[in-house]
Design a protein around this ligand. Structure first.
Ligand SMILES: Cc1cc2nc3c(=O)[nH]c(=O)nc-3n(C[C@H](O)[C@H](O)[C@H](O)COP(=O)(O)OP(=O)(O)OC[C@H]3O[C@@H](n4cnc5c(N)ncnc54)[C@H](O)[C@@H]3O)c2cc1C
Length: 387
């Protein structure tokens, strides 16, 4: 095994996940999306096999691996046409933050369920008036007379809240010393009083729904606060790097799926006495995607390796670049796949048109392409801050 290969264990994990997810495949996802269904059967099956919790410590029911393993799981499910969006959120963001910063009691309470998929936690930071500028979020947390918390505010584009038992909400609390507002993380049960949600009609079809959340004086016990009240920003970044790595895995898997579909069609479709893949006009764009995809997968693996080695700074830079590269290759791959299929690429039967739209999510969330370019310009290249 060369040092550029993943371990045999990781490769075996990939194979097992791909096999399981292929049993569901794209048809399953599309059927659920069309009929307002959920991916619960696949989620539970993946949980039962331990795939959803590969990154959670063994003592809390997980596999004891790292984010590189979890990203491999999501990439393989996505490559099989059956990605699970909530993996980006529940085990990756919430599992990482609670695993690193939660109290022993919080870990015991939430991690085993996150690991086996029986407890799903959504994640809410985005607000409509703040957008990419998360320093502007206004959801506030104030102490009540009993040492508990009261949360008020709104969140938007929060994925899968209807499937979640709780949402990890980023709110701002007043610093007792300076009076300034600082970000803090709270686990809010989805059945809490004062917590309501409204679905956002999206233009792409997916089983996971997006939600606007309203928190109207939601009362929480003191231990709903995860970790240290004064280290919210650090804790947040411990969750956002895994989110970006998982976003990359989602997009890379989608690009692999689209490329495989396109290659198979290019070998089969024959309109000039030879397969259309014999024409360089078809073959070269596919070869280009293959190269871009391998570059992008290497970035994903490097970002994950840095995170798992405890290098949060290095992981931050590479997780951003990995997410950027994967968002680009997913958009390019789905575009080329549609084009390779000609008219068939626009039909529901081949399902690539919807994927073309869905692929654009990788350019927008969890952090947009432009915000990554801002980050790289400033932090990697030392250019002045532009925003
Ligand atoms: C399907 C979906 C699922 C999501 N799931 C979640 C979730 O579970 N939890 C959650 O908290 N959030 C979630 N989000 C929100 C997502 O993270 C945001 O949409 C994203 O961060 C961009 O914010 P925005 O939509 O407000 O865009 P805006 O901030 O309004 O940006 C609009 C455009 O302006 C550009 N722009 C903004 N600022 C700059 C700048 N300084 N320089 C250059 N260009 C700039 C952006 O790149 C973008 O192209 C989800 C979004 C979608 C679409």
């Amino acid at each position: 095994m060369s040092s550029y290969s993943e371990t045999e264990e990781r490769q075996a994990l990939r194979e097992a996940v791909h096999k399981l997810a292929s049993g569901y495949g794209r048809e399953y996802i599309e059927e659920q999306a069309r009929n307002d269904g959920k991916v619960t059967a696949l989620w539970q099956d993946m949980g039962k096999h331990g795939f959803l919790g590969v990154n959670i410590p063994e003592e809390y029911g997980g596999g004891g691996g790292g984010i590189g393993d979890l990203a491999a799981v999501l990439e393989e499910a996505s490559r099989a046409g059956a990605p699970l969006l909530m993996m980006v959120v529940s085990p990756a963001i919430c599992g990482s933050i609670i695993g690193r910063f939660g109290t022993p009691a919080q870990k015991q309470r939430w991690l085993p369920g996150i690991a086996d998929g029986s407890f799903t936690m959504a994640f809410g930071i985005t607000e409509s008036d703040a957008g990419s500028n998360s320093h502007r979020i206004t959801t506030t947390a104030t102490r009540d007379a009993n040492g508990g918390w009261v949360l008020s505010g709104q969140k938007t584009y929060i994925s899968g809240v209807d499937e979640a038992d709780a949402v990890l909400i980023v709110a701002r609390a007043a610093d007792a010393k300076t009076g300034k507002l600082k970000p803090c993380l709270f686990v809010v049960p989805t059945d809490a009083e004062g917590f309501t949600k409204q679905t956002i009609p999206m233009s792409f079809m997916a089983p996971e729904k997006q939600w606007t959340l309203f928190l109207d004086e939601v009362h929480l016990p003191a231990d709903a606060l995860v970790g240290d009240e004064d280290a919210g920003l650090l804790q947040l970044f411990a969750g956002l790097n895994p989110e970006r790595i998982m976003g990359a895995a989602f997009s890379n898997g989608m690009a692999s799926y689209a490329l495989a579909k396109a290659v198979a069609y290019a070998k089969d479709r024959n309109v000039w006495g030879q397969p259309i893949g014999a024409h360089q006009g078809i073959a070269h764009p596919l070869a280009k995607i293959k190269i871009e995809l391998e570059q992008s997968r290497l970035l994903q693996q490097k970002a994950a390796a840095l995170y798992d080695a405890g290098d949060d700074m290095g992981a931050g830079e590479y997780a951003n670049m990995a997410k950027y590269a994967a968002g680009e290759v997913a958009c390019n791959a789905t575009d080329v796949a549609v084009h390779t299929h000609g008219g068939a690429g626009m039909t529901q039967e081949y399902g690539l048109g919807n994927m073309l739209l869905a692929a654009r999510l990788g350019r927008i969330a969890p952090v947009s392409r432009e915000m990554i370019l801002n980050f790289v310009a400033m932090h990697s290249l030392g250019l002045p801050k532009s925003y």
